[in-house]
Design a protein around this ligand. Structure first.
Ligand SMILES: [Zn+2]
Length: 248
């Protein structure tokens, strides 16, 4: 579950301060906001802060999309909401700004969001949702850490399993061309999460080696391809990019 993954990150103090949640519903985004706002850091659903967030009456939860819909003069209301970030949180230690459906926001607001992401106050957390990462401008993508919604996680894990199975078959057939091409297909999408999932599956399926060995083995296979002068340029690029991604 998305909330469980966020709570786990929070427990390890690794919860990013600016999140992009893809393919998430409004309810899922509010649940994510609760992880920041909850008195226990667990989105417990029981504390006063969680109750306020559920009731959409939490003073430190700023829902930009709802505010834009309700405002008589949306651009002014937007500016005002961002300007108010300088005021400390009302209830707890953090203030959460929600930008739901940021891929559908006008460029005017997307630009303002970008500026906001550059230097938010230390107590501000920003949650952005979008149908998919590539629907957002590249500048916004680079300032956000992607976390998948449950739907997206399911879709991607199917995709990862399928690709990993194809890579395993290619490895069994000793077809380095196919191995490299399959890795390349993932590499060109720059989808690091998917890439990591595929590697994890591959590592799980080859139990005779420990994790480090497997990563090295896979990397070597790709590096070998990269060094091969006979490869066509596209395949060489593929091996280079895939190998670079393997070191994430
Ligand atoms: Zn709570």
């Amino acid at each position: 579950m998305l909330t469980d993954r966020l709570v786990a990150l929070n427990r390890e103090n690794r919860l990013p301060s600016s999140l992009l949640i893809t393919a998430a519903s409004k309810e899922q985004a509010i649940e994510a906001a609760k992880v920041f706002l909850c008195e226990h850091g667990t989105a417990c659903g029981e504390c006063l802060s969680c109750h306020k967030a559920t009731g959409r009456i939490h003073p430190d939860l700023i829902d930009i999309a709802a505010m834009l819909t309700a405002a008589k003069k949306p651009p002014e209301a937007f500016r005002e909401a961002i300007n108010r970030a300088v005021f400390l949180p009302n209830d707890g230690e953090l203030k959460v700004y929600l930008f739901l459906g940021a891929d559908e926001l006008k460029p005017l607001y997307q630009n303002a969001l970008l500026k906001f992401l550059e230097e938010p106050p230390s107590y501000v957390r920003i949650i952005v949702t979008a149908e998919s990462k590539d629907k957002l401008p590249a500048t916004l993508q680079s300032r956000l850490t992607e976390v998948r919604s449950d739907n997206e996680e399911q879709r991607q894990s199917g995709k990862a399993e399928e690709t990993a199975a194809a890579i395993m078959n290619a490895i069994k057939d000793n077809s380095e061309y196919r191995v490299a091409s399959l890795f390349y297909k993932v590499a060109i999408d720059r989808d690091r999460l998917l890439y990591k999932d595929i590697l994890d599956i591959l590592i799980e399926q080859t139990p005779e080696l420990d994790d480090t060995d497997k990563r090295v083995l896979l990397t070597e296979r790709l590096l070998k391809l990269r060094a091969d002068g006979e490869l066509n340029p596209q395949l060489k690029l593929c091996a280079a990019e895939s190998a670079a991604l393997l070191h994430i």
